[in-house]
Write a protein that binds this ligand. Structure first.
Ligand code: TXA
Ligand code: MG
Length: 316
């Protein structure tokens, strides 16, 4: 099993040796390695069992370090960076030759983000390389929002998990890029589309459910809780099912199933709280006796859009 602790120097020592280490961010935990070291990048793909056509995000702690990796930063990207970094938004920018093709799966654009977590910002400030970090889950499974989630699934494959507590956002970053100078959101995530639009105006949203060449990681098989998930009116759907073997993920209401089978995302109907709880709820349903999961859509606004996106992906 991996050691769980909050020692930055221990994480740094392993990363300096080309090892991979799990790190906390405000969105989800990442599986981090030196983004400029091909061996470290390969280790990330191996530990996650992730296909190499699915590129990785580079994490840094300052705008100066972003500038060292990319060939140019469009004005609107600069506005996004100023408004939302450090924070849950990833921006696609043209990479320069310093960045290995392996990081971007051969694409000309790289994904970069300044995360907003004190431990990881401190760690990044002590490194002279960026950290490649996908979510720290096996490929296709739900993202981890606590150190224990990482331990449960990758603990036998890595040495150290830097423990930064529960993730404060609970959903992966929003991914945005530019096509012919126009902003396009490729993944709904922790930065609300409404907030983005309030600073750069209207954005296109292209979150393909099948294989999306611009963001190949957004495959429909993602976020699988390991069993069938049915979206819709929970009351109605529950009528024809055995409550002993049915899991329920509701926004705010309680339902007549055993406590072990029930996850209420926010008793007060708070969408941001629901975001913090959604991935733990999907994991809770991964129990042998649960045969089917019932869930419902949240209001399609703010982080509700990203939660609905993840639920939809988990259901196909
Ligand atoms: O919140 C997050 O973004 C977390 C934390 C750890 O920062 N990371 C994360 O990484 O969710 P990952 O690898 O699980 O998802 C990132 C997605 C990939 O699936 C990929 O499709 C897309 O970002 N991506 C990465 N680089 C890209 C690129 N150069 N062009 C297009 N899409 C890219
Ligand atoms: Mg992921």
């Amino acid at each position: 099993m991996a050691e769980i602790g909050n020692h930055i120097e221990q994480a740094k020592a392993l990363l300096d040796q080309g090892e991979v280490v799990a790190i906390p961010t405000e969105t989800v935990y990442g599986l981090a390695g030196n983004a400029l070291n091909e061996e470290a990048i390969l280790k990330i793909y191996t530990v996650k069992n992730r296909p190499k056509f699915d590129p990785l995000i580079a994490h840094v702690d300052s705008m100066e370090k972003v500038k060292e990796l990319v060939s140019e930063i469009p004005d609107e990207a600069m506005i996004l960076a100023e408004n939302f970094w450090p924070g849950p938004i990833t921006i696609l920018l043209d990479k320069n030759s310093k960045v290995p093709d392996l990081l971007t799966s051969g694409l000309d654009r790289m994904a970069v983000r300044i995360p907003n977590h004190p431990l990881s910002l401190e760690l990044l400030s002590q490194l002279d390389y960026p950290l490649a970090a996908p979510s720290a889950n096996p490929f296709g499974y739900v993202s981890p929002t606590s150190a224990q989630h990482v331990q449960d699934q990758l603990g036998d494959k890595i040495k150290y998990i830097l423990d930064g507590g529960m993730c404060s956002i609970g959903l992966e970053s929003t991914i945005i890029g530019f096509e012919d100078g126009k902003p396009v959101v490729y993944r709904l995530g922790g930065t609300k589309v409404e907030a983005i639009q309030s600073v750069i105006g209207k954005v296109d949203i292209k979150v393909n459910m099948s294989s999306n060449p611009a963001a190949p990681g957004m495959l429909k098989s993602h976020y699988s809780p390991g069993r069938k998930l049915v979206l819709g009116n929970i009351d109605e759907n529950l009528k024809s099912l055995d409550s002993a073997t049915t899991g329920v993920i509701s926004f705010s209401d309680s339902f007549d199933v055993p406590q072990t089978n029930l996850a209420i995302l926010s008793k007060n109907g708070d969408i941001d709280e629901a975001a913090r709880n959604i991935f733990a709820a999907l994991r809770k349903m991964d129990q042998p006796h649960i045969k089917v999961i019932l869930a419902e859509y949240l209001p399609n606004e703010g982080l509700g859009r990203a939660i609905n996106d993840r639920l939809k992906r988990a259901s196909v």
